[in-house]
Design a protein around this ligand. Structure first.
Ligand SMILES: [Zn+2]
Length: 208
């Protein structure tokens, strides 16, 4: 059972929800007892959000969505590994979700930690090293422009994850080629509240 929405329709619904959230007009729909019971036997989320774990960037809140609306995967810096790819493939292939949104955000700790690691030539301890190593390519790419700062790195990191989804997953690539889903990148402003699309390789621009 798939969402009745197209990639464009799903993107429109996300942007509408974010607009309500920004202006303080959130509906908080689909968060009640009836909705919970209605979803008991199946889910048909209309969008998959692959975002950062940052506590200031919860997808359901900033897009004004509720139970059963979004399939959400979050890792620090929205980095990819096999478990993340498997989760996204489940959303697209099994749940037939028509939109994958890679959502970075301003003031990202994973981006900041990576910048510090590179600039100070320090490797973090433990598995944080994996996070930094996976964000590092975005720093090097963004810094081909000598004026690039954290915002440019954040946007590049979104593009990098979008590209990575297609490069690493034949399932996702096929779903995109068939038009069954689209991969879109965006950045959430943790202060202003709005979501802005990221353009570039790996991410498509949808009409909205
Ligand atoms: Zn973050």
């Amino acid at each position: 059972m798939h969402s009745p929405l197209t990639p464009d329709g799903a993107w429109r619904r996300l942007l509408d929800g974010n607009a309500r959230y920004v202006t303080g007009d959130a509906l908080h729909a689909h968060q009640d007892h009836d909705r919970r019971l209605a979803l008991a036997d199946r889910q048909t989320p209309f969008a998959l959000v692959l975002g950062c774990s940052d506590s200031r960037a919860p997808a359901e809140v900033l897009f004004d969505q509720g139970l059963g609306d979004l399939f959400v995967v979050r890792t620090a810096g929205h980095i990819l590994d096999s478990a993340v790819l498997g989760s996204v493939e489940f959303g697209v292939d099994v749940l037939e979700i028509p939109l994958v949104l890679v959502l970075g955000h301003t003031r990202c700790g994973a981006v900041r930690a990576t910048l510090e690691s590179i600039d100070r030539h320090r490797t973090p301890a433990g598995y944080l090293r994996d996070v930094v190593e996976r964000v590092s390519p975005a720093v090097f790419e963004a810094r081909r422009d000598p004026d690039a700062g954290p915002d440019e790195v954040t946007a590049e990191n979104v593009r990098h994850t979008c590209l990575g989804l297609r490069e690493k997953s034949a399932v996702l690539t096929r779903a995109v080629e068939l038009g069954r889903t689209a991969i879109v990148g965006a950045v959430y402003d943790v202060v202003e509240g709005h979501v802005t699309p990221v353009v570039g390789e790996g991410t498509v621009t949808l009409g909205a």
